[in-house]
Design a protein around this ligand. Structure first.
Ligand SMILES: Cc1cc2nc3c(=O)[nH]c(=O)nc-3n(C[C@H](O)[C@H](O)[C@H](O)COP(=O)(O)OP(=O)(O)OC[C@H]3O[C@@H](n4cnc5c(N)ncnc54)[C@H](O)[C@@H]3O)c2cc1C
Length: 482
């Protein structure tokens, strides 16, 4: 029996699963399973007892029927790029990975829709429709690896979701295999749907309602023109004030991203993108729309950022320079590996006008916990990503990194913000949920979840804290009292 009351795996059940999946469909060697012991939230680790790799919805359904019969809990996994421990198996011996369900099933250019399996990599959708002048708007910086299923589970955003909206705005239909193996269809290719918004309940459910196997996605037309600018500031305070100034002036750029000095230096040392290493902060601002309006909008944005204190504004002269800037931004997390053996990327939200305050608070938290913290984030959305650097070989640094992250989240909430903009609650932030939700709110969420998963066997011990319970994680061991 698992600690959460679900049953444990045995050889007979594994044999049944092997029968469904055939050779290559199961990973059960401890050395190979180690690869799956964490996602991008590497502070917590826990490998599954077995990994299943279905190829079709029918296989997912057969697996879930078997697990249902034996009362075994499971955790869905896409590419494992999550940053909140969402696919960490906690009391779930079975992990089900969708990476072999990676077919784009249909593209309907006339209606601007794509139907894809949930293991399709995000960027592959835009690549498949690029020649037709279309794209799939939610563009997480991890888009070269993360899957549509993971994006749906986390309601992922990205630099360009400031203007175009997050995943929930782009999912029209879903195929969901419920934890008892039944296959449900939600929504469809039509633009509007009546009744309760059940897709809205599944997008952002972090895998706690079953496994998404297929999705119908909205495609957007590529804007006619872009202007991409790098605004350079002596300090982060002015850079964050510039963000509010642009939006207050009635301009909604496609993206406004910020990097502070620690991140600029790491990115520049790693990728030589021409970023100014002596700057206190930079903003990457991209406006898009009709060609005829672009130069005027770029002039206006330049004026606004200069008035806020930018001492230089560089305009990307061609597609190459634009791509270099975006590559630098989207690879920023990778460059952080040069700064410390380990890092924890946090995700909080504040009202845009409170960005200067939260960055001051983060700087104070960094000093108090004696840990370096870099900032690279979706500034236009007020969605911060403080990156806490630490060395996991030093237990005290791990403890301080966790506590510093918690303090940052508490500061976001005190400033009228929220616990996550896009990375989800996962295992990381479950204990913080009562900061923004009352016991009644959490009960309603539990009840909604149980409509889809009455026995709570799909990704147990995530998002909603059990009253009086605790989360126990191995290596490094962490107890989170709730
Ligand atoms: C370098 C880097 C940059 C990032 N940038 C961004 C960013 O800009 N914006 C952003 O939003 N996120 C970003 N992320 C976080 C992450 O990439 C996203 O959360 C992404 O959506 C996770 O997708 P995945 O396929 O890796 O899912 P996983 O990490 O495998 O899983 C994430 C969650 O989804 C569930 N899940 C996965 N597949 C399914 C399915 N088919 N059905 C049901 N549940 C499922 C899992 O159980 C888990 O709870 C970044 C991560 C990295 C490492």
């Amino acid at each position: 029996m698992e600690p959460n009351g679900h049953r444990s795996l045995d050889a007979r059940i594994v044999a049944e699963l092997r029968e469904i999946l055939g050779p290559g469909g199961i990973v059960d060697r401890a050395t190979e399973l180690k690869v799956y012991e964490c996602d991008g939230w590497t502070i917590e680790k826990s490998a599954p007892e077995i990994l299943l790799r279905p190829r079709t919805t029918a296989e997912v359904s057969a697996i879930l029927k078997t697990l249902h019969r034996h009362e075994i809990a499971f955790v869905p996994r896409g590419a494992g790029t999550g940053l909140s421990g969402g696919c960490l198996p906690l009391g779930a011996p079975v992990m089900i990975c969708t990476s072999r369900m990676n077919r784009i099933l249909a593209i309907d250019l006339a209606n601007r829709r794509a139907e894809v399996e949930s293991g399709v990599v995000n960027l592959h959708v835009s690549n498949a429709v690029k020649a037709a002048g279309l794209f799939y708007a939610p563009d997480p910086s991890s888009q070269v690896a993360c899957t549509i299923g993971g994006n749906i589970a986390e309601n992922s955003g990205g630099p360009h979701t400031l203007k175009y909206g997050v995943t929930t705005n782009h999912v029209l239909g879903l195929e969901l295999v419920l934890p008892d193996g039944e296959i449900a269809e939600l929504g469809g290719p039509a633009e509007e749907c009546c009744g309760y918004d059940l897709i809205g309940a599944i997008v952002g459910a972090e895998g706690t309602a079953g496994i998404v196997t297929r999705a119908t996605l909205r495609l957007m037309r590529e804007p006619e023109a872009h202007r991409t600018m790098l605004a350079i500031f002596a300090d982060v305070n002015n850079a964050t004030q510039a963000v509010s100034a642009i939006i207050a002036a009635g301009i909604i750029p496609g993206a406004i991203e910020m990097m502070d000095q620690l991140i600029i230096r790491a990115v520049e040392d790693a990728f030589h993108a021409g970023l100014p290493k002596d700057a206190g902060a930079v903003l990457i601002i991209e406006i898009d729309g009709l060609d005829a309006a672009m130069d005027e909008h770029a002039r206006r944005v330049t004026e606004l950022v200069r008035a806020a204190g930018a001492h230089e504004v560089r305009l990307a002269r061609d597609e190459n320079e634009r791509a270099t800037l975006w590559k630098a931004r989207k690879r920023a997390f990778g460059a952080v590996g040069r700064l410390a053996p380990n890092y924890a990327t946090h995700d909080g939200v504040v009202p845009r006008t409170r960005l200067p305050d939260i960055l001051r608070a983060i700087s104070a938290i960094s000093a108090r916990f004696d840990l370096q913290i870099g900032n690279v984030f979706h500034a236009g959305d007020g969605n911060i990503h403080p990156i806490v650097l630490y060395d996991e070989r030093d237990p005290d640094q791990v403890r301080r990194a966790i506590e510093a992250g918690r303090e940052i989240l508490r500061a976001c909430v005190e400033m009228g913000g929220s616990l996550t903009g896009e990375h989800g609650i996962g295992a990381e932030k479950m204990a913080e949920m009562p900061l923004i939700f009352s016991p009644d709110d959490l009960l309603v969420m539990s009840e909604l979840r149980r409509v889809f998963d009455p026995a709570e066997r799909s990704n147990p011990n995530k998002i909603i804290p059990a009253p009086g319970g605790c989360v126990e994680v191995v290596t490094p061991r962490r107890q989170v009292p709730i």
